[in-house]
Design a protein around this ligand. Sequence first.
Ligand code: NAD
Ligand code: ZN
Length: 351
Amino acid sequence: MTDNLSAILYKKQDLRLEQRPIPTPKDDEVLLKIHSVGICGSDVHYWADGQVADFVVKAPMVLGHESSGVVESVGKKVTHLKPGDRVAIEPGVPCRTCKFCKNGRYNLCADVVFCATPPWNGNLCRYYTHAADFCYKLPDNMTLEEGALLEPLSVGVHACRRAGVTLGSKVLVTGAGPIGLVSMMAARALGATKVIMIDLVKSRLEVAKQLGADHVVHVTKTTSKEEAAAKILDALGEQPDKVIECSGAQASIRIALEVTESAGVIALVGHGEHDINISIADAACREVEVRGVFRYVNEYPLSLAMVASGKVDVKKLITHRFKLEDTLEAYETARTGAGGAIKVVINCVKQ
Ligand code: NAD
Ligand code: ZN
C-alpha cells in the first residue's frame, strides 16, 4: 500500500496527477480508501480560473470534496467505525468551539477546514484522512457513488430547510443545474405538493421533468420578470410560497421577488453576480423573506435517510464516469457540459 495517486491543482489550468505520501490518521480520525468523487461547479472554477470568489489557489491543492470511501484504519479514540465500513464524507470540519459551532450552525464557522477550498486539500486521491465524526456509515442498500452525492444533496436539503419547505409547499426552483435538481428532489421528499423549475436551457428543463419536476418554464435573457411570473402562475395555478434560487442570476432573483406569495420565503443558494440590482419595496410590504444559504449543517443524516429509503434517487444525476487517471478528461467534460453532462463522478480505486 504505497500508491496514493492524487489530483493536485498547482495553479489555474495546471492540474497534475502525482504521488503523495499516505497520511496517518490522528486519534480521532480515520484513514479512508477513497472510492467516488463527484465534480462540482466550484472545482471546475478553481481549475479554470484559479479562484472562487475570495478563495484563491496560492499553493498546490488536492481537489475534490463530494466523496465517499472505505475505512482502512481508525485512530485510537474512534469507536463508531471500523475497517471495511463504507462511508460518506462530510467535507467541512468546523472548529467546534466558536459561537456558531456551539449554536449548531457550524456551517458558518470562520475556522472550518473544508476539502478543496484553499488552503485545504481535498480528497480526489487514493488515500485520505478525515475526522471520524464527519464520516457517515452507509447502509448495505446504498452504493458508494450515492454516498458521494450526499454532498450536493445536502445543499438541496439545507436550502429547502432554510426556505421552510414542508408538506403542501408550492416550490419554485430557479436554475436546473445539479444544485437546482437536488433542491427539487429534496423538496419533493420533504412533502412539497408542486415543484416548478425555470431555466434558460431547454435540455436542462427536460432533465428536470424526467427527475420529477411537475412543471418547467423556459425563460430567455429577454423574458421580463412580469412575463416569467405570468408563465409560472399559469403553469402552477397559484403563486409559489417557497423559492429556491439556484442560478445565481440577477434575473432569477427579480422573478422570485415578483412571483412569491405574500409571507413566502426566497432562499438564495446561487452565488453569482456580486452586486445585484433588485427592487425590494413591494416584496417587503408583502412580508416576503429573503434568506441566505451556505452549504449545509447537520443535513448529512437526513440526506442519507432520503436516499436509503428510496425517497430520492441521486444516481439519476450521474451522466459520466471516469477513473482517477483520467481526471483531466473528467474535468474537461464537467467544464464544457459535453454530452449533456450533469454530474461527473471519478472512481479513485486502483483498477
Ligand atoms: P450550474 O451553473 O450548473 O447551474 C445553473 C443553472 O442556472 C444553469 O442550468 C443555467 O442555465 C441556469 N441559469 C442561469 N441564468 C439563468 C437565468 N437568468 N434564469 C434561469 N436560469 C438561469 O450550477 P450548479 O452547480 O447547479 O450551482 C448553482 C448555483 O449554486 C451556483 O451559483 C453555485 O455557485 C451555487 N452553490 C451554492 C452553494 C451554497 O452553499 N449556497 C453550494 C453549491 C453551489
Ligand atoms: Zn466554529
